[in-house]
Design a protein around this ligand. Sequence first.
Ligand code: 7TS
Length: 414
Amino acid sequence: MNINEIRSQFPVLDQQVYGKPLVYLDNAATTQKPLCVIDRERDYYLHENCNIHRGVHYLSQQATEAYEHARQTVARFVNAPEAHEIVFTRGTTESLNLLATSLGRMIVESETGKGGPHCVPLTVLVTAMEHHSNLVPWQQLVQQQGGKLLVAPMDDDGVLDLQAYEERLKQGPQIVAMAHVSNTLGTVNPIKEMIRLAHQYGALTVVDGAQSMAHLPIDVQDLDCDFFVFSGHKMYAPMGIGGLYGKTKWLEQMPPYQFGGEMVDTVSFERTTFNKLPFKFEAGTPNVGAALGLETAIGFIEGLDRSAVAAHEALLVNATLERLAAIEGMRFIGQAPERSGLVSFVIDGIHPYDLGTIIDKMGVAVRTGHHCAEPVMTRFGIPGTVRASFAVYNTLEEIDVFVKAVSRAAMMLR
Ligand code: 7TS
């Protein structure tokens, strides 16, 4: 893999901040975008912009075709059997809110009989390492409903306790929502086994793939998950686009999430019937340009040697762990043997925010804080971590700059 050639496709990396070369290690928050993605979106607005699915005229038809082609590309990328099983959303958060609302209603209605007077309390199982996006929507759903949120714990290394997970499954959750990769710990969860177990106990499974899509091959049929959600902007695509995969049999039964144009079939003042999949879940004008950018980003990822990328990212993680370990008071948060793409840590006696602020002045961009996973911080008894997260364009030289910056900052703050 020629990293310099790859870096040349990301002009944003080639700049100085505070007079220092930028070292961008905040890729779990959002990756940078290659020129091909930027150009694709620009081209759309230069030549193709039009609202879709509604027009008989040339531009509208072209844009509709391109948008639906992007859907097919996403379906192929995650090995979904049907393109209509991919619903475009703004990203992971919107996908999860859609599911909490719509899937929650589907289960309640199917268990009580439509319009029945009694609500069946919903039970949802999540893991202890969820991002707030895969926790709060489920928590709010069960709370509104008098139901229960169950949490599968993890050990001190940030590894999920599979036995405790199975114990929770015995309490009969209807839905299990799990991070594929933790955004704070880097843990890769054994989701295939978790999905198998969940199904054995009759639960539906939702996989939060926000941190995995760019790093790991995804095959929703092999995983047999019921739903898989993701954000484009964490996989070299524009912001404002993402999606969800769902098995047809569930998407067919689920009620719409938002109402308006596009998602309807016929409308009168008395009654509305809804459009077929996936349009039933895509109310209003979608972000067409970003969807085309997402398709191009998938092409960018597929154009790389994915096993070489994984090896490169593992090299960056291992080098970071090894070099940071020499710093006095270093404590890594998340030491799972199966990990991906990031390193989180605290240094005794130093607030992560202070450290992040100082190394920012040295040109190094990392994230500090709770990373929208406050319960993880509570679990480890810390206010937050410093997190360095990697993408294909990061180099060992950048790791060196980062480790030296951390080391200097730690000396200054002691
Ligand atoms: N789930 C996980 C595992 C995430 O890492 C994130 C974003 C989300 C859900 C939400 O994704 P969104 O695209 O809808 O915002 N994670 C982070 C992060 O780690 N730093 O900034 C955003």
